[in-house]
Design a protein around this ligand. Structure first.
Ligand code: ADP
Ligand code: MG
Length: 253
């Protein structure tokens, strides 16, 4: 897609869980080449929004469009196959598998069904191609030195980066990252921010959820703020930080 073109459109999306309105008529867009942050206090509806975009949940009302296609009723695999990859708030790596095998699990999405069962049915040529691709993603993310190390032996910051490498193995146009910086040390956050900047430079569009406003401030192009399921505001990082309503939401949250 052309830089600046519409990649993702979230259009008046509502999600109710019984009587609870987790997401309430939220609108926003992500353009090709941007890094956009979705921020807000705990319980604001950020992870639910990611689940709605990636097809893990279906909206109660509203539409989601990706690359011009209405994906509102699509399931996660179909959405992934269109070029949208995500990570989850809680690390979903396989700790007793090697770095490269973890990344290969992401690449299978491209070669076959997207599941390990499919992976086991790969022929040798496909397996070699997937391994080569996984190695390429590890290097791209600065994890190429010890591909046979077990994922569980990595520090948390590197595990988060490994999850990104795995998501990249599916060759996404749009990467959704749910709280990638949560619990990281200062230097780990810096390494993560550097990686995300370099990915943007390579043309990957990124939407990330973040609780920590400082992490996104120097990194992202735009911030969308949610509170109690609704969009509170959106804008440039400096404007959002200066917004009294945003400060109050954070102090209250
Ligand atoms: P955030 O990621 O911003 O912290 P969430 O999207 O996880 O917020 O949650 C938003 C609200 O929706 C919370 O009140 C949460 O308890 C509720 N919620 C999230 N998922 C479910 C679910 N599957 N069933 C019922 N309530 C849910
Ligand atoms: Mg969350």
């Amino acid at each position: 897609p052309e830089p600046g073109s519409l990649m993702l459109e979230v259009d008046k999306v509502v999600k109710r869980f019984g009587g609870l309105v987790a997401v309430n008529e939220v609108d926003f867009t992500v353009r090709t080449g941007e890094i956009v942050a979705l921020i807000g206090p705990n319980g604001a509806g950020k992870s639910t929004m990611f689940n709605l975009i990636s097809g893990v949940l279906s909206p109660t009302e509203g539409r989601v469009r990706f690359l011009g296609q209405d994906i509102t009723s699509y399931g996660p695999r179909r959405i992934a196959s269109l070029g949208l990859s995500r990570t989850f708030q809680h690390v979903k790596l396989r700790p007793t598998m090697s770095l490269i095998d973890n990344v290969m699990l992401g690449a299978y999405r491209r070669t076959s069904s997207g599941f390990l069962a499919g992976a086991l049915r790969l022929n040798q040529a496909e397996e070699r191609r997937a391994r080569h691709e996984a190695m390429r993603q590890l290097r791209r993310c600065g994890l190429g030195d010890n591909p046979h190390e077990l994922a569980g032996n990595l520090a948390l910051g590197q595990q988060r980066i490994l999850e990104i490498a795995r998501a990249l193995a599916a060759d996404p146009a749009l990467l959704l990252l749910d709280e990638p910086a949560a619990g990281l040390r200062r230097l780990e956050k810096k390494a993560l921010a550097d990686l995300l900047r370099s990915l943007r430079g390579e043309g990957v569009t990124i939407l990330l959820v973040e609780h920590d406003m400082e992490f996104v401030m120097d990194l992202v192009d735009r911030i969308v703020v949610m509170e109690f399921g609704s969009k509170l505001t959106e804008g440039l990082p400096a404007d959002v930080r200066a917004d009294k309503r945003v400060q109050d939401a954070y102090l209250g949250g």
